[in-house]
Design a protein around this ligand. Sequence first.
Ligand code: MRU
Length: 341
Amino acid sequence: MEFRTIEWKDHKAIIIDQTKLPLEERYLEIMNYREMAKAIKQLKIRGAPAIGIAGAYGVCLAANEIATTDMTVFKNRLSKIIEELAATRPTAINLFWALDRMKTILASNIEQTPQAMKQMLLTEAMNILTEDRETCRLMGEHGASLLKDGDTVLTHCNAGALATGGIGTALGVIFTAANQGKKIRVFADETRPLLQGARLTTWELMKAGVDVTLICDNMAAWVMQQGWIDCVMVGADRIAANGDAANKIGTYNVAVLAKHHHIPFYVIAPTSTFDLSLQTGAEIPIEQRAREEVTHGFGRQTAPAGVAVYNPAFDVTPNELITAIVSEQGIFAPPFHFIKT
Ligand code: MRU
């Protein structure tokens, strides 16, 4: 990739500001945990695995801000901040998964000095990033076996390198297939209201030389009816034990359309996105976002002042609409009964 979504450099986290894309490729130096929490809330960094990595680096920033040699004081202060970071976005389980890994380091090394602990936390955050890169590579390999030369894929939101520490989930599959010499064409839903498809997915695919066509969300049915789509590939923010999968709002629409048109619908997500404490998707918390995202898209008012607005950021696709789920461990076909190993 010609860009880095998130990295650690000189005691700071560097992120590409996704709210500025595609017009500007601007990198932000995140100096403290409050800036990181804000960056996650404002979607400057977004996508399930990427916000997990951002949360972990947020813990490292916070650790460096705590000036004490007393380990109990250090642990208590950091634990409170971890809860603040966890409160930034509710749906993607990867954030809580990564923060839990940081908490485990903190809890299991209580005899260490705060100074030594800071280094251990940084090592864990870097491991989370490095492992995600490998996880994306493996999902790409598994998923690419589902694509043949000449296929056209429809995708929703952004499930690419911008959403992860590696090549992406759904887009990682497309990049891998393209690298294998397969000619793959993509239709990208624009993804109302924040346009992750239009702004981010097309940007990534064009940069990589993949043939991509942008459509408005409400064009997907028509494009499918023309017979142009061979399969749908999307990422996920949280997958329940029965395979129900939360992803960007509008994903469920696409899954219903795919079923109607007999088009395979694939979800590509790492095991860090699975929440096996939940039996079904009905238990997945859905983030509600500001009304202005709908009434004032990108600053311009497009609805009457005072109109009632409903703005859920995610929906849940029921398992019966999913043809297969691809993780770094392989391709899983229904019926889905994921269990903790
Ligand atoms: O609100 P966002 O942009 O963070 O939503 C992101 C998505 O819904 C992605 O499709 C999902 O995180 C999977 S991408 C690896």
